[in-house]
Write a protein that binds this ligand. Structure first.
Ligand code: SAM
Length: 222
């Protein structure tokens, strides 16, 4: 298999960072080199974010791993991802949920939605739908979701995402401008929402109606 040595090296380093065996097993299977632009091939298995064009990035593998672990993803779940980017994070989650689960992933930039669809097809993931649109509104068509993974930083928690999270569900999302925090949001079976601060992170901004404003980076209209 191509890049096997590089991938094994990355998995070893993630294991040292206490990533769960379930997530490592999934990441071992996903060919990250199929999700980066050709100019970045030599860096495909370096644990760092990489540019994918349109001022966006594919997240660092340790960040993907951490979000998957925080989400406590289970086989067969229905997951909403906001910010498809390259499609890599969606592919890792798709490995964990297996063929009985499904991922709906929303990407704002049309050319990236196309890039991600092509990458996911090349890598053989048929349980991921990539939708071009404003993910700050969620995707009510398939709600509610067992898990919601937001991979761009919002000014605060978008209300539609809270509404579209299933009772008993978990969401992870970065919030803040410049200084950002990652939050774990859990909705109890009775609908009570609890938000826990996990720590500091760096993500590109979530742009859109419940995100930052496209042109001046201020909060979007509510
Ligand atoms: N998960 C991606 C991956 O595995 O490559 C990395 C995501 S990148 C850090 C964040 C993505 O969020 C960018 O592709 C950006 O275009 C997208 N984004 C920003 N605002 C968005 C919005 N309102 N709806 C959907 N996507 C958005």
């Amino acid at each position: 298999m191509e890049y096997e040595r590089e991938r094994s090296h990355l998995i070893r380093s993630l294991r040292e960072q206490r990533v769960s065996e379930k997530t490592l097993k999934a990441m071992k299977k996903v060919p990250r080199h199929l999700f980066v632009p050709p100019v970045q091939l030599a860096n495909a298995y370096v644990d760092t974010p990489l540019p994918i064009g349109y001022a966006q990035t594919i997240s660092a593998p340790h960040m993907v791993a951490m979000m998957c672990d925080l989400l406590e993803i289970q086989e067969g779940q229905k997951i909403l991802e906001i910010g498809t980017g390259s499609g890599y994070n969606a592919a890792v989650m798709a490995e964990i949920i297996g063929k009985s689960g499904h991922i709906y992933s929303i990407e704002r930039v049309e050319k990236l939605a196309i890039f991600a669809r092509e990458n996911l097809e090349k890598a053989g993931y048929s349980n991921v739908d990539v939708i071009q649109g404003d993910g700050s509104l969620g995707y009510p068509e398939q709600a509610p979701y067992d898990r919601i993974c937001v991979t761009a930083s919002a000014p605060d928690t978008p209300k539609p995402l809270i509404e579209q999270l299933k009772p008993g569900g978990i969401m992870v999302l970065p919030e803040g401008e410049g200084y950002q925090r990652l939050y774990i949001i859990k909705k109890s079976l009775s609908g009570e929402v609890k938000k826990k601060d996990w720590g500091g992170v760096i993500f590109v901004p979530l742009l859109g109606q419940h995100g930052f404003d496209l042109y001046d980076n201020k909060r979007g209209k509510r």
